[in-house]
Design a protein around this ligand. Structure first.
Ligand SMILES: *Cc1c(COP(=O)(O)O)cnc(C)c1O
Length: 416
C-alpha cells in the first residue's frame, strides 16, 4: 500500500533526546549518545496542508495521520490495517471506584492482540524503506509477536530473543509468523545485550524499544487517535501501563505536535499516570525520589510480562512526561492483577491484559486518595488482549455428559 503518490514527508530531522544533536532523517539512524531520538516535523507546513475536516474522510487506520508520520507518499507501507481502536465508556467500572467518567481505549483489537503492532508497523515500514533485510528484537512477549508478523508482511527476516519464562502464546506467534525465536535464561535486558552484541556478526537492525526512532512514532498515533475521537478535547487523566514507556512518551509527543498545529488547548493537557507493578516499578521509585533517571530494578518479577522492564533507555523521557503534565506514577499490587482482570471483564465485557490492569490498581489508589476527583474524565488503555494470558489462573470448566440425563441443579450451581 502507498500513502499517497508524491506526497513528500514533513520530517525535517531526527533529534537526540538527551544531547539535542541533529541527525539526518534520510538515513537509517539508531540513537545519539546511547539515548533515543525524536522525529521532528515541519509543523508549520503540516498546519497549512492538513485540516481536521480533511482527516474525517480518510481511512480508519493510524495512517490517516500521514502528514505527522515518517514515511513519504512514495514509500510502501507495511500494514495490517492497524489503528483507530474504539474508546468505550465504562459506567460500571467508574461507579465501582466512585467516579463518573471512565473510559477505555481498546488496543487489544490490533493485529497480534496488542498495541505493539502500532510501533512495529511503523518500524518495519521504515526498515523496509531503508533496505534492511534482517531485524532483531529483544522482547517480553508481545513485541516479538508483532515484530514477527510485520516482518513477515514486509518480507524481512526476524530474530527474536525473549526470557525463557515468556508466555507460550508469545513463543507460538513468533514461530507461526516465521521468525527465528530464542529463549534466554534472563530478563529482557539480557536479551537486549545479545541483540546489541549480534549487530556486527549478524548484520541485523536492532528494533529494541527506543533504540530506533520509529516505533515511537507508531505509538504516537494513540495520542492522535484519542484526541480526534474525543473531538480534540483531551481527558483530565490518562493512565498507562509502563514498561519501556513508548506509549506514554509517544502520546505526550503527539499532544505537543497537536498544540503546534493549534488543534488542542495547551492549557487543558491530561495528567499522565504511569502504572507499574509492585514487582517491577523502576519509574515509580524514580518519580517518588524526584529523579531524572531511573535506577535498574533488582529482581524484577511480574505476571504482567509486558511491563517487566527493569531498565528503560527512555526513562528520562517517561519521567519528563509525568513531571511536566503534573502526573504521577503508581505501583499496583502484583497479587491483585488476576482479580482486576476479572473485575473489568465482568463489569464491562472488556478482556484486559494484566499489564493494563496495573492501570486499574492506579485508578483505585488515585480515586481513593482524591488525586482523581469524582467528575474528572479518566482514560485507561487496554494495551493487549486478555486472551493472550490463559496461563494466569487457568481454570477447568465443569463437564457435561451428553449421553446421560442433564442434572440442571448441577448446571445452576456452578460458580463463575
Ligand atoms: C509492551 C507492553 C506494555 C508496555 O508498553 P511500553 O510502551 O513499552 O511501556 C504494556 N502492555 C502490554 C500488553 C505490552 O505488551
Amino acid at each position: 500500500m502507498k500513502l499517497k503518490e508524491n506526497m513528500r514527508t514533513f520530517v525535517t530531522h531526527l533529534e537526540g533526546a538527551i544531547d539535542g544533536a541533529t541527525l539526518n532523517a534520510q538515513e537509517l539512524q539508531t540513537m545519539s549518545s546511547e539515548r533515543p531520538l525524536w522525529t521532528r516535523y515541519d509543523l508549520d507546513s503540516v498546519r497549512k496542508s492538513l485540516t481536521k475536516e480533511s482527516l474525517t474522510k480518510r481511512e480508519c487506520t493510524m495512517w490517516r495521520y500521514r502528514e505527522l508520520l515518517p514515511p513519504s507518499g512514495d514509500d510502501e507501507i507495511v500494514t495490517l490495517g492497524e489503528g483507530m481502536t474504539p474508546i468505550y465508556n465504562c459506567p460500571r467500572l467508574a461507579d465501582h471506584f466512585g467516579l463518573k467518567n471512565v473510559s477505555i481505549k481498546d488496543d487489544s483489537q490490533l493485529p497480534t492482540g496488542s498495541f505493539k503492532s502500532r510501533g512495529m508497523a511503523m518500524a518495519l515500514t521504515m526498515a523496509k524503506k531503508f533496505g534492511v533485510k534482517r531485524v532483531a528484537v529483544p522482547t517480553c512477549g508481545n513485541a516479538g509477536g508483532a515484530a514477527a508478523a510485520y516482518a513477515a508482511r514486509a518480507g524481512i527476516e526476524a530474530y527474536i530473543f525473549m526470557p525463557d519464562d515468556t508466555p507460550k502464546i508469545n513463543q507460538y506467534e513468533c514461530n507461526l509468523f516465521g521468525a527465528k525465536l530464542f529463549l534466554v535464561n534472563g530478563l529482557i535486558s539480557d536479551c537486549g545485550k545479545i541483540v546489541r552484541d549480534g549487530k556486527e556478526p549478524m548484520g541485523w537492525f536492532d528494533l529494541s524499544t527506543l533504540k530506533e526512532p520509529y516505533r515511537l512514532e507508531g505509538k504516537k498515533t494513540m495520542g492522535l487517535e484519542l484526541a480526534e475521537q474525543m473531538n480534540w478535547t483531551l481527558p483530565d487523566v490518562i493512565i498507562y501501563p509502563t514498561g519501556g514507556g513508548t506509549g506514554l512518551i509517544g502520546m505526550w509527543k503527539a499532544f505537543h505536535e497537536l498544540i503546534e498545529l493549534g488543534w488542542i488547548d495547551p492549557d487543558r493537557l491530561p495528567r499522565m499516570v504511569s502504572a507499574q507493578s509492585t514487582g517491577c516499578c523502576p519509574i515509580v521509585r524514580a518519580f517518588e525520589a524526584h529523579e531524572k533517571f531511573a535506577k535498574p530494578f533488582e529482581d524484577a518479577n511480574t505476571m504482567a510480562s509486558g511491563i517487566r522492564v527493569p531498565v528503560a533507555v527512555g526513562d528520562f523521557m517517561i519521567l519528563d512526561a509525568i513531571y511536566s503534565s503534573n502526573g504521577t506514577a503508581v505501583a499496583a499490587e502484583e497479587d491483585r492483577f488476576p482479580a482486576w482482570m476479572r473485575l473489568v471483564a465482568r463489569l464491562e465485557g472488556v478482556g484486559m491484559c494484566p499489564e493494563a490492569t496495573a492501570g486499574i490498581g492506579a485508578l483505585e489508589q488515585l480515586s481513593k486518595s482524591g488525586w482523581i476527583k469524582p467528575d474528572e474524565r479518566v482514560l485507561l488503555f487496554n494495551t493487549g488482549a486478555a486472551q493472550k494470558y490463559p496461563h494466569i489462573e487457568p481454570r477447568d470448566p465443569a463437564r457435561v455428559n451428553k449421553d446421560k440425563p442433564i442434572d440442571w441443579g448441577f448446571i445452576e450451581s456452578q460458580s463463575v
